[in-house]
Write a protein that binds this ligand. Structure first.
Ligand code: SF4
Length: 95
């Protein structure tokens, strides 16, 4: 699990890079304002021998050395939990 919050909040303000990529893949009926689809690059992590740290790191454009450490769900806003060491920086959230 990479992100947990009420569904309305998730669609309004997704914080994890993977959540954002998933939501960007939702087809839009808006002809003049289509979703900006985020195409992920890189390889899927092997479920048999996963790399240490964030399971999304091989496909995350924000990955750093810190992402090699195990990630845990942290409450970054009230009732909004995200598993990403870079989430505050990516979303302009102060600690
Ligand atoms: S922990 Fe690192 S690799 Fe994983 S989603 Fe966050 S920035 Fe990307």
């Amino acid at each position: 699990m990479v992100e947990k919050c009420p569904s309305k909040e998730l669609f309004k303000k997704p914080m994890h890079p993977y959540t954002r990529a998933l939501l960007s893949a939702i087809p839009s009926v808006e002809i003049h304002n289509p979703n900006k689809r985020e195409i992920l690059q890189g390889e899927l992590t092997s479920p048999i021998d996963p790399a240490p740290g964030c399971r999304f790191a091989a496909r995350c454009k924000y990955a750093t050395e810190a992402c090699r450490q195990p990630q845990k769900l942290e409450e970054v806003e009230p009732n909004h939990f995200v598993s990403c060491c870079g989430v505050r920086e990516l979303n302009d959230i102060s600690k």
